[in-house]
Design a protein. Sequence first.
Length: 151
Amino acid sequence: MVTYKIDEVAKQSGLTKRTIRYYEEIGLLPSPQRSEGNMRLYTQEDVDLLKKIVSAKEVLGFSLQELQRYMSAAEMLKGQREEYRERTEHLQPIERRAMLEDMERTLNEQLELMEGKINSIRMLQTELEELRIRVRERKILLDEELEHDPS
């Protein structure tokens, strides 16, 4: 299995070494394996997870608390999907349905976080559009005033 030192992970993820360590401290990133010299050794899975975290933070504008909730739900969903795939043949339809309902609840949690961010962005967009309308109206009034101003 290929492993990476923290410097390499920092370059690949675009994060600082301190941020990576901090994400470990707060539980966003699982603690990596250690070398005999106690150096952190990250897997490709760790790097991919960090890239997902960066994407959620940058694209969705999540706070650290929101990131923790989002990534926790993502990890839960991953486990639920794996369990469903492994056990589906051995379960009764009612049990499979219950597992699918659990997955749906987890997906709903992630979607609620995203929808909250989207709604915040839409509110800000509406405010800016209203301000732009007022600015344009004032420009029109000033243009009319300038047309009638003899000086």
